[in-house]
Design a protein around this ligand. Structure first.
Ligand code: ZN
Ligand code: ZN
Length: 304
């Protein structure tokens, strides 16, 4: 038997080999739809989860069919990397062409599954001019939730997710700088939905925050508040009698929480689908006096 001692340089190399950024997989929305359908079984919100699953399936079809949008020019990407800015931040980007048609297509696809009132609520997306759709998207990007229509926002957001995911998939992780403050996505600058402790390969046991817009995931150590970087007094909450796949990581400093999903407890867990299915945990945290720092674009009204 031989024992190999690691030299300091080797230890640093090992630490540097952690995958800091996970770009979205090709079947992102399909896997999400399947997870939602699984979670919908015997769930009090089953009908709602099945509706979102249908929307996610339509998103996958749109992602597969959408023409590839162009990334910013190489010089721009290099500049963003140098100054540690997210290269796909909506404010600094020519928005991917076709996202409005995707919004209309998604609305048309999910319309038949809705009651008459729901169909009427989505009609403005089908009738709206391009400028009106752009204004809705701007409100979503700017977090102007008070002026967003809660019924339409998930559809607008779903279309934007399709195009930003398509863009993020064309990046190489080496083109993206580590963020100075890991509370926002290093690829597009959006808020995380939740976080997930991954299993398998080099990512095993590592916690990643999951972007609500472009679905990229960035590494962040556990037991640290993703909202204010505090590491003291972090407390985990879970719903009594639940499966504990989703817990709330709460911070006594800024009084916020972010959900953390354990993939080792359920390998199919999805940071967006499981966030929706664990709404009871949001209600518990609301009663406990904590604000949710994650934003799930399928459920904008929970932020009001
Ligand atoms: Zn992002
Ligand atoms: Zn905090």
């Amino acid at each position: 038997m031989t024992t190999t001692l690691l030299q300091p340089g080797q230890i640093e190399a090992a630490a540097g080999s952690i995958p800091e950024l996970r770009l979205p997989p090709a079947d992102l929305f399909l896997a999400r739809a399947r997870r939602l359908e699984q979670l919908a079984e015997q769930h009090t919100l089953g009908e709602y989860l099945r509706f979102v699953a249908g929307l996610a399936r339509a998103q996958q079809a749109s992602l597969d069919a959408a023409p590839a949008s162009s990334l910013p020019a190489p010089e721009r990407l290099a500049q963003c990397r140098e100054y540690r800015m997210p290269p796909l931040a909506p404010a600094g980007l020519v928005w991917p062409p076709g996202w409005r048609d995707t919004a209309r297509h998604l609305a048309r696809t999910v319309l038949p599954s809705l009651p008459a009132a729901g169909q009427a609520a989505l009609q403005p997306i089908l009738d709206g001019a391009d400028a009106w759709l752009d204004a809705q998207a701007t409100r979503l990007f700017e977090g102007d939730m008070a002026n967003l229509d809660a019924a339409m926002a998930p559809l607008i957001g779903a279309a934007l997710q399709v195009h930003w995911t398509g863009l993020a998939r064309q990046l190489d992780p080496a083109q993206v700088a580590r963020p100075e403050h890991p509370n926002l996505c290093p690829v597009c600058g959006s808020h995380p939905v939740s976080s997930v402790v991954r299993i398998g390969g080099a990512e095993s046991g590592l916690r990643y925050l999951h972007c609500g817009l472009c679905a990229s995931e960035w590494h962040m150590v556990r037991a640290k508040c993703s909202n204010c970087d505090n590491t003291r007094g972090i407390v985990y909450y879970h719903v009594e009698g639940g499966d504990n796949v989703a817990r709330a990581e709460s911070c006594p400093e800024c009084r916020t929480y972010l959900k953390i999903m354990q993939q080792d407890k359920d390998p199919l867990t999805d940071p967006v689908a499981d966030d929706l299915a664990a709404l009871a945990l949001d209600w518990l945290m609301d009663e406990t006096g904590y604000d949710k720092s994650g934003i799930n674009w399928y459920l904008i009204q929970s932020q009001l």
